[in-house]
Design a protein around this ligand. Structure first.
Ligand SMILES: *Cc1c(COP(=O)(O)O)cnc(C)c1O
Ligand code: SF4
Length: 335
C-alpha cells in the first residue's frame, strides 16, 4: 500500500488517529485550518498514547474552535510591515520573503494559521529591496517547491550584490525528509551568498533517523543548520524533554537558535504556557546543559514590534551596583 499524506478527518479516522464519531466536528476544524500529516509524521505518532506529543502537534482538535480573548489572526503583526504581498520588512537589514502559502504538514499551533493552507493564493516572487543584507525565505514552507523553482529563486537573490546571507526556514527535513533530495540541496547550495537553513523541531522524537540523514545532507554540503522550536504545553514544556531536544539538535550539528513563546494565534490556547513557566524551564536548561544547547527564548511582540528576549533580565541595577541572576533565580551583586 502506497503511503500518502493524510488531509481530511476521514483520512485520519481511517488511519486510526481519531475516533470515527469525531469526524463531523473535526470537519468544522478542517474547514477553517488546513490539515496534513505526512507518512513520516504518521509513523512517529504513538496511537497507544492519548497524550502523544507528536499527535498533539498535528492531529486537529475540537479546541481549535475556541478563540480566547487576545488571540488574533495576525499575532505577530506581519500585516503592518508588509509593503507587498509575500514580503515582511520589519528590520532595515533583513527581509522576510514568503514564497508559498503551502506546507508539507499543518501544525495546530501555527502562528500563520490564518494565512497558510490550500486556496490562499499564489505568493509573489522575489523583489529587490535596497540595504538588505539578509533574505529570510519562508512561507508556508519553501522546501515544498520544486528544486527547479528553488534554484530560480536562489539565482535571482544571489544576483543582488548587497544580499550576503540567504536563510531558509523549513520543517520539511523533519516532516518529509525524502524531499531533501540531492537536487534540492544543489538548488540552494551556494558559496555566495552564504546559505543557512533554519529547521523547525519541537520534540526529540521528531529527529528520526531519516530526519537526521536529511539534515546531514544539507550540513555535509557546507550549509550550517540552526533550529527554531516553539514552547508547547503537552509537547515540550518539561525540563527533561527540552534538554533531550536541545542535546539531540546539537548532536545532529544543528545549533539551537530560537525557542519561541507560543504566539496568540486563534484557537491555540491549549498549547500556551505562561512566560514564568518558560523562564523557569530555560533557567533549568542552563543549569543542566552546555552553552551550545541554549536557544534564545523569544516572543514576537503583538502588533509587529519585533522579538523580545524573555531571558534578557539576568542583569539588573545600574553601573556600579549591578546584580546578576544565576540559573537558580538567585541575584548576586556585581561591581
Ligand atoms: C523574526 C523575524 C525576522 C528574523 O529575525 P532574527 O532575529 O534575525 O532571526 C525577520 N523578519 C521578520 C518579519 C521576523 O518576524
Ligand atoms: S510548517 Fe511552519 S508555517 Fe507551516 S503550519 Fe507548521 S508552523 Fe505553520
Amino acid at each position: 500500500m502506497e503511503e500518502r499524506t493524510l488531509r481530511s478527518p476521514d483520512d485520519l479516522a481511517e488511519a486510526g488517529l481519531i475516533e470515527p464519531e469525531r469526524i463531523g466536528v473535526l470537519e468544522a476544524v478542517a474547514a477553517r485550518y488546513a490539515v496534513a500529516i505526512t507518512p513520516e509524521i504518521r509513523s512517529l505518532i504513538d496511537t497507544g498514547n492519548p497524550l502523544d506529543p507528536i499527535a498533539k502537534q498535528f492531529v486537529p482538535n475540537e479546541t481549535e474552535l475556541d478563540i480566547a480573548s487576545g488571540e488574533t489572526a495576525d499575532p505577530i503583526g506581519d500585516e503592518r510591515h508588509s509593503p507587498v504581498e509575500g514580503i515582511v520588512h520589519r528590520y532595515s537589514d533583513r527581509v522576510l520573503l514568503k514564497l508559498t502559502h503551502l506546507c508539507a504538514v499543518y501544525c495546530r499551533f501555527c502562528f500563520r494559521r490564518e494565512t497558510v493552507g490550500p486556496g490562499e493564493g499564489q505568493m509573489l516572487s522575489a523583489t529587490a529591496l535596497n540595504e538588505i543584507w539578509e533574505v529570510i525565505v519562508t512561507g508556508g514552507d519553501p522546501f515544498i517547491l520544486s528544486p527547479r523553482r528553488l534554484a530560480e529563486v536562489t539565482a535571482r537573490l544571489s544576483a543582488i550584490g548587497h544580499v550576503k546571507v540567504l536563510r531558509w526556514h523549513t520543517r520539511v527535513p523533519i516532516v518529509d525528509p525524502a524531499r531533501v533530495s540531492s537536487k534540492l540541496v544543489r538548488a540552494i547550495a551556494r558559496r555566495s551568498p552564504t546559505t543557512y537553513v533554519a529547521v523547525h523541531v519541537n520534540h526529540p522524537r521528531e529527529l528520526s533517523v531519516d530526519a537526521r540523514r536529511a539534515c546531514a545532507k544539507l550540513i555535509d554540503t557546507g550549509i550550517p543548520l540552526i533550529s527554531q522550536s516553539v514552547l508547547l504545553r503537552g509537547v515540550n514544556d518539561d525540563a527533561d524533554t527540552l534538554e533531550a531536544l536541545m542535546r539531540a539538535l546539537v548532536e545532529t550539528r544543528i545549533k539551537p537558535y530560537y525557542l519561541h513563546h507560543a504566539d496568540l494565534a486563534p484557537g491555540t490556547g491549549t498549547f500556551r504556557t505562561t512566560i514564568a513557566e518558560g523562564q523557569a524551564l530555560l533557567r533549568e536548561l542552563r543549569a543542566r546543559a552546555s552553552g551550545l544547547c541554549q536557544p534564545h527564548y523569544v516572543l514576537d511582540i503583538p502588533g509587529g514590534h519585533a522579538k523580545a528576549n524573555l531571558m534578557a533580565c539576568d542583569l539588573d541595577g545600574e553601573p556600579g551596583s549591578y546584580r546578576l541572576r544565576d540559573s537558580k533565580g538567585t541575584w548576586h551583586h556585581y561591581r
